[in-house]
Design a protein around this ligand. Structure first.
Ligand code: PMM
Length: 264
């Protein structure tokens, strides 16, 4: 069964939720709703990593996410914390997060590796080539899938050296991170380079720009979620362990169809 990671953004500037879920109670309610819609993991984030977005600082990030993580974990859900900061990872693991989802794979704040190692949490390592503000400057590849796999392999080595057990590692090709539209498609087509490393693989295409472009001018959120369900199914078919989405219901149904297709 493919894991469905539902996005709980606790940010006022998030492109995808327009700030609706900044309020703690609203974020918690949204997380609970996502779980009823099929999310098996709730991914709580307090800083947007969208292209061009500005960092908020750890004090503000902590203020946003800790109460939300605590409440969703206490309700029995598997919670992941979307952060690249060691101090935020430490506080939220204490509050009940079981997965540290680090889009920077330890490159933004190397101290996060030690925090994860000591905590026993799982560690999702994202492919990253620099902060959101200027990541497109680093979008230069000869063979994107091979290069992403190789760079993720380097981050795995760093994680193992820090004492994180291999079975706790999850790899993510970082769709949209230092990748142009065409590069994202090539990365997805070449996903086997990443699954071939032998770790669980997580893929996040949800509502990203390259999907919007595939649908034409300014598609609605509903249409983007439909397209996300398709890319999530294709990723699952290509061996992904999990997909990260804003609208679990559409993806849950699409994955149920894939399951019938594959077992027939
Ligand atoms: N993308 C975003 C944020 N966190 N985490 C993982 N593991 N993979 C992703 O692709 C990913 C992520 C940016 O998207 P958002 O602003 O819509 O959450």
């Amino acid at each position: 069964m493919t894991e469905i990671m539902g996005v709980v953004n606790v940010t006022p500037d998030s492109f995808s939720d327009g700030g609706e879920h900044f309020d703690h109670d609203a974020a918690i309610a949204h997380g609970l709703l996502l779980a009823t819609q099929g999310a098996t993991i709730l991914d709580v984030g307090g800083e947007s990593t969208r292209p061009g977005s500005e960092p908020v600082g750890s004090a503000e990030e902590l203020r946003r996410v800790v109460p939300v993580v605590r409440e969703l974990a206490a309700a029995g859900h598997t919670v992941s914390i979307d952060t690249y900061r060691a101090d935020v990872a430490a506080a939220t693991v204490d509050a009940g997060a079981r997965i540290v989802n680090d889009v920077a794979g330890g490159l933004a704040d190397p101290g996060i590796l030690g925090v994860v190692a000591a905590s026993g949490a799982e560690y999702a390592i994202g492919h990253w080539r620099g902060p959101s503000a200027d990541m497109y400057a680093a979008a230069d590849y000869d063979d994107i899938a091979a290069e992403v796999a190789s760079e993720l392999g380097d981050r795995v080595d760093a994680a193992l050296a820090a004492g994180i057990a291999p079975e706790r590692i999850i790899l993510d090709p970082g769709i949209g991170f230092a990748k142009s539209g065409a590069q994202n498609w090539r990365m997805l087509r070449g996903l086997s380079a990443v699954t071939g490393l032998g770790f669980r693989v997580l893929v996040g295409t949800s509502r990203k720009r390259f999907l919007g472009r595939a649908l034409g001018a300014d598609p609605s959120r509903e249409r983007l979620d439909g397209a996300t369900a398709v890319t999530s199914v294709l990723a699952a078919q290509a061996g992904a362990w999990g997909v990260r989405v804003h609208d679990p219901a559409a993806t849950r149904d699409a994955l149920a169809v894939l399951s019938e297709w594959e077992s027939a």
